[in-house]
Design a protein around this ligand. Structure first.
Ligand SMILES: Nc1ncnc2c1ncn2[C@@H]1O[C@H](COP(=O)(O)OP(=O)(O)OP(=O)(O)O)[C@@H](O)[C@H]1O
Ligand SMILES: [Mg+2]
Length: 311
C-alpha cells in the first residue's frame, strides 16, 4: 500500500514545524526521512500516524483520506515512536498482550500474533523480563514487535536505530529488508545516515519544516555527485609519503586511507574537476592499480541538500 502526504502544514505557536510538505512513498519502498534536529520529522510522522492533526493538508493511504477514515487508516499503520517503553511493573509479554488486545486480537489470533512478532524480532529470551530491565536495544526490539502485532502495511519508524550497537543495527536492517520484501512500505527517520544507505530505496530530506529534496536514491545520488565527487584509489603499496603526495595535489581537497591499500580522495570543486584531478593523480606515477568512483550516499545527499538551519 502506498502513502501520500499532500501539502501538510503544522505550527506550534510561532514555530512553523511543517510548511506545506508533500511526498509519495510507493508500496514496498524503504524511504529514509532525514533532516537536522528540529526539522519537523517527528511532527510529520506523528501526523502520518494519525496522532496529531495538521493545520492543513492531507495524508492519503491508497485511496483513503486519513481525516475521513481515521480508523481504517490507523489499522494499516504501525508507528514506532522515538521514545521506548519503560515500566517496572509490566513484563514484555504483558506489554505485547495489552497492545494485541488494543488492536482487537483475541484468543488464538492474539497468541499467534504475539508468537509471530516475538520470533521475528528475536524476543525468545525476554518475555518475563520487566520493561525497565531491558537494555536500549532490547526495548527497541520490543517496540518493533509491538508495531508489527496487527500486521500493518505501512511502518513509520522514528529513529529506530538511535543508540543501537553495530550488531543490533545490522539485525534491525535485516528485519526492515525482510518486511519490505513482504510488501510493507517503510518510512524511517534517522540521524545515523549510513544506516539507511544500504537499505533505503529513496530519501525525503527536510529542513526547517520544508522538503528540500526527495526521490529515488539513485536520482538524488546522481545530482549530489555534482558537488561531492570522490574517487577510491587502490594501490600496490601505500604509505604516509604516498598519502601526503596525493593530499598535496592542487585539485585534491582531502585524501584519507580507507583500507590497507586504498585511499579515498575527495575532489575540490566536485564533478566538474573530475578529469583534471585524475590527470594530476596519474601524473604522480604512483603504483595505482584501480580507480573507482562510488555513488553519493545519503550522507552526501543530506549535506548537499541542507544548510544546517533549524527553526
Ligand atoms: N508539541 C510541541 N509544542 C511546541 N513545539 C513543538 C512541539 N512539537 C514540535 N515542536 C517544534 O516543532 C519543530 C519540529 O520538531 P520535531 O520534533 O518535529 O523535529 P525533528 O525533526 O523530529 O527533530 P529531532 O531530529 O530533534 O527529533 C521544532 O522547532 C520543535 O520545537
Ligand atoms: Mg524527532
Amino acid at each position: 500500500m502506498n502513502i501520500e502526504v499532500c501539502e501538510l502544514s503544522k505550527s506550534f505557536g510561532d514555530t512553523k514545524a511543517l510548511d506545506r510538505i508533500s511526498f509519495f512513498l510507493p508500496e514496498g519502498a524503504i524511504v529514509g526521512f532525514v533532516g537536522p534536529n528540529g526539522a519537523g520529522k517527528t511532527t510529520a510522522i506523528r501526523i502520518m500516524a494519525g496522532l496529531e492533526q495538521p493545520d492543513s493538508g492531507k495524508v492519503m493511504l491508497g485511496n483513503l483520506n486519513m481525516i475521513e477514515y481515521p480508523d481504517q487508516v490507523r489499522a494499516q499503520i504501525g508507528f514506532m515512536p522515538d521514545s521506548m517503553p519503560d515500566s517496572d511493573v509490566i513484563r514484555v509479554w504483558e506489554y505485547l498482550d495489552f497492545y494485541a488486545r488494543a488492536f482487537g486480537l483475541r484468543g488464538q489470533a492474539k497468541s499467534s500474533a504475539i508468537s509471530r512478532v516475538a520470533e521475528f524480532t528475536n524476543l525468545a529470551s525476554l518475555p518475563d523480563k520487566m520493561l525497565s530491565e531491558l537494555s536500549k536495544g532490547m526495548k527497541q526490539q520490543v517496540s518493533l514487535a509491538r508495531v508489527l502485532l496487527h500486521d500493518p502495511k505501512i511502518l513509520l519508524l522514528d529513529e529506530p536505530a538511535a543508540g543501537l550497537d553495530p550488531r543490533a543495527r545490522i539485525e534491525l536492517r535485516a528485519c526492515l529488508v525482510k518486511l519490505a520484501q513482504e510488501g510493507k512500505t517503510i518510512f524511517i527517520s534517522s540521524h545515523v545516515l549510513s544506516d539507511l544507505d544500504d537499505i533505503a530505496t529513496g530519501a525525503v530530506i527536510i529542513e526547517k519544516g520544508k522538503i528540500v529534496s526527495h526521490g529515488k536514491l539513485t536520482d538524488l545520488s546522481a545530482s549530489a555527485a555534482g558537488e561531492f565527487c570522490r574517487i577510491v584509489l587502490s594501490l600496490l603499496e601505500l604509505n604516509e609519503q604516498i598519502l601526503e603526495q596525493i593530499n598535496g595535489l592542487e585539485l585534491v581537497e582531502s585524501a584519507i586511507k580507507s583500507s590497507n591499500k586504498q585511499i579515498m580522495v575527495k575532489i575540490k570543486g566536485g564533478t566538474a574537476n573530475y578529469h583534471s584531478a585524475m590527470v594530476q593523480i596519474f601524473m604522480t606515477g604512483l603504483p595505482i592499480i584501480r580507480t573507482e568512483r562510488p555513488d553519493a550516499g545519503i550522507e552526501e545527499i543530506f549535506l548537499k541538500s541542507t544548510k544546517g538551519e533549524v527553526n
